[in-house]
Design a protein around this ligand. Structure first.
Ligand code: ADP
Ligand code: ASP
Ligand code: MG
Length: 468
């Protein structure tokens, strides 16, 4: 059995839907049991979220326009690809009712003047709940028996709205109970990506880009032979091809390397996608919907040995570097522990830590959006030390990025950092901070946002990743 996930561009317009139908039909010839997971049509989730936020700010224009635009985009695909009048009318009614609901939800957000995380999860999940019924109908129109399934019936999550985690034992039960009968009957379930529900049935989402994660969760629950992530590039590449035009496909990569890349900004896979796959040792294959014969990338536990020490470079933007510094910190125990406890208290995620060996400063990286809260929390925690001048300041530098250089073979290979620094030095790029995990699978560098893309290109060139 295989799970095939299609991303936003793969269901971006009628031509893309047609392409997906061919891919699914072909997959079924190779393996009769196929589960499909779909994202919302491209840009739809952004539009839903922007509309809800505008509604909370009292602006009703955006959600009204969005309602019309979404109706038109989905109807257009249905109109072009579904000739059966009954099917088309049923879909039209489904779009109508979903979008009327969207309008009602936004109206109440507007009236209340407030958007809760829980409310946002209902609104932001609407895109998948439009795309899945549409894709199922398109598959049927192409002779593939298919039925859409709302993942709220399948993926049971905690109530961490906006970034929920699955409860795997319950999810496994629900998935098998609901999907096995369809599969045995030769029907392809078309499941909404991105969304789930709590035990009480309240809608949740798995985080932006979370449909990849949905596919891996279903793959693990069904013990699939393979999970395929169909996207708009030829697999996991040596860098984001939008930044580095000569980036190349990596034929095989380990779960750990892929997770590092994804965590540090390689959007091609959601960072949590590898977790369920590792659990059941299920291979992930990243493939291109628009070049379906390209072999793409295989993500497995132990990839075939590669001559490349550095496999890929990623970059995560929109970050802030927080520095806690002062001579009085020297030898005072517990400063680091208290600092990170304060950070945890505001729920912020630390992406990288580095401490100077003199112990006179600790610096760490958080998302720019969380920066003010983090500085406030650390200042409050260190109020006494700040008053006594043991700590001089808690400073924040915004407008920075982390560039991550990833490759399992870096472990034990000397000279990697030197090559990175030489490449950046020659380009006049200043490295603000550096950290290496003890796994030695990743070297992370902090540079200014304005240097980000050039830094990636320079390191990519220094390790000759664009060459065969
Ligand atoms: P989907 O909608 O299919 O989920 P995404 O936009 O989420 O697709 O992810 C695919 C995009 O990820 C590519 O278009 C590419 O620009 C970007 N990307 C970033 N880093 C990488 C990388 N190392 N390899 C491939 N793609 C990458
Ligand atoms: N549609 C969702 C998003 O845009 C999930 C996904 O595309 O994976 O974040
Ligand atoms: Mg994605």
């Amino acid at each position: 059995m295989r799970v095939l996930k299609f991303g936003g561009t793969s269901v971006g317009n009628a031509d893309a839907f047609k392409q997906v139908a061919q891919i699914v039909a072909r997959a079924r010839q190779e393996d009769p049991e196929v589960v499909v997971v779909t994202s919302a049509m491209s840009k739809v989730t952004d539009l839903l979220i922007a509309s809800a936020k505008a509604a909370a700010a009292g602006d009703r224009r955006l959600y009204r326009e969005a309602q019309e635009e979404l109706m038109a985009r989905h109807q257009m695909v249905a109109g072009q690809l579904i000739s059966d009048g009954v099917e088309r009318a049923a879909l039209g009614r489904l779009f109508e009712s979903r979008l009327a609901n969207f309008e009602r939800l936004c109206r109440s957000v507007e009236v209340l003047g407030e958007l809760t995380a829980r409310g946002l999860d209902v609104i932001s999940g609407i895109g998948e709940r439009l795309a899945a019924p549409l894709l199922a109908a398109v598959l049927r129109a192409n002779g593939v028996p298919a039925e859409w399934v709302d993942a709220a019936e399948l993926i049971v999550t905690d109530n961490n709205f906006g970034n929920a985690s699955p409860i795997m034992d319950l999810t496994t039960q629900h998935v098998n109970r609901r999907l096995r009968p369809l599969l045995h009957g030769g029907v392809v379930p078309v499941v909404t990506g991105f969304v789930g529900a709590t035990v009480d049935g309240i809608n949740t989402t798995l985080g932006r880009g979370g449909s990849d994660y949905s596919a891996a969760i279903l793959g693990a629950a069904l013990n699939a032979d393979e999970v395929q992530i169909w996207t708009d590039v030829n697999g996991v590449m040596t860098a984001d091809p939008r930044i580095v035009p000569d980036a190349r496909t990596i034929p095989e990569i380990s779960y750990i390397e892929a997770a590092e890349l994804a965590y540090y900004g390689a959007k091609v896979l959601h960072p949590k996608t590898m977790l369920p796959a590792i659990e059941r040792n299920i291979p992930l294959r990243v493939l291109n919907t628009f070049q379906p014969d390209h072999p793409g990338t295989l993500v497995v536990k132990e990839p075939k040995p590669s001559p490349l020490v550095v496999k890929a470079i990623s970059v995560i933007k929109g970050l802030a570097l927080i520095t806690v510094e002062g001579r009085g910190m020297l030898g005072v125990p517990g400063i680091a522990a208290r600092t990170f406890t304060a950070v945890a208290r505001v729920g912020a995620n630390v992406l990288m830590i580095s401490q100077s060996s003199s112990e006179q400063s600790i610096c760490f990286v958080v998302r720019e959006s969380e920066c003010n809260a983090v500085v406030g929390a650390v200042e409050a925690e260190m109020a006494r030390e700040l008053a006594a001048r043991h700590i001089d300041r808690v400073a924040a530098d915004t407008g920075i990025v982390i560039v991550a250089v990833v490759g399992a073979a870096m472990k034990g290979t000397p000279g990697i950092s030197a090559r990175i620094f030489t490449a950046l030095g020659e380009a006049g790029i200043n490295v603000i901070a550096i950290a290496q995990g003890s796994s030695e699978c990743n070297i992370s560098l902090v540079v200014a946002q304005g240097d980000a893309d050039e830094a990636v290109r320079r390191i990519h060139a220094a390790f000759k990743l664009g060459e065969k």
